[in-house]
Every structure is written in C-alpha cells, then in structure tokens.
Write a protein that binds this ligand. Structure first.
Ligand code: ZN
Length: 121
C-alpha cells in the first residue's frame, strides 16, 4: 500500500508511522486507509454473494474514509443491482471524477465511455 503524506504530499510506500520526508505522523491515516480497504473488500465479497444492499453499505463506508474509484464503482454496480439507476448514475459521476484525479492505476471495471453525438471535429 502507498500513502501520500497529508502535510508534504510525499508518497510513502509501505506502512510507516511517520512520513519518510517530513517526519509528520501518518500512522492514523494508514489506519483509515486500511479500514477503507477492508470495507472495499467486504463490499466486493458481498457483491459476489449477490448481496447488493450489503455491498452498497460497505462501499459507502469505504468511500467515507477514502474516495476511491473502486468504492464508487462498487456503489454504482450495487445501485444497479438494487434497481436504482439514478443513484448508479451519480456514483458513475463520482467514479469519473475520482478516476481523473487518482494515481490509482488499478484495472477499471468499466471500459471507456463513448457518447453518441459528441464526437469532436
Ligand atoms: Zn510528509
């Protein structure tokens, strides 16, 4: 796991109590990071079990702790399973927003979105 220091933005690789660059205490952020990841894993597990409500709950918890493309993606998929397309659409927007900013290069669950009638040129 990697963590950007909230003070100096240095990328710390692996668990460290203090930032390797500025010495700021980042242990608590690691705890949040791992809790967010834990909820993400539980969301994926619930999703695989077909438990959309639980998948949604865990992905929301994960999202509250850390805004990641993956938590937004699972929330969107869970919303689709729950038949709530409006909510799914909102999560897809969050997915796009976070995905653009994130250095997270995990494989995306969706292909690129192409919209009809918006071609440039
Ligand atoms: Zn730092």
């Amino acid at each position: 796991m990697e963590l950007n220091c909230p003070s100096c933005a240095h990328l710390n690789r692996g668990f460290v109590e203090v930032c390797e660059h500025c010495g700021g205490e980042i242990g608590v952020f690691w705890e949040i990071e791992s809790a967010a990841l834990e909820h993400l894993l539980q969301a994926r597990h619930a999703f695989a079990q077909g438990d959309a409500a639980s998948a949604m709950g865990h992905s929301l918890r994960s999202w509250e702790m850390k805004h990641t493309a993956r938590s937004a993606a699972i929330a969107a998929l869970a919303a689709v399973m729950l038949g709530d397309l409006e909510t799914a659409h909102l999560w897809l927007e969050q997915f796009d927003r976070v995905g653009d900013q994130s250095s997270d290069t995990q494989p995306m669950p969706f292909g690129p979105v192409t919209e009809q009638g918006t071609e440039q040129g």
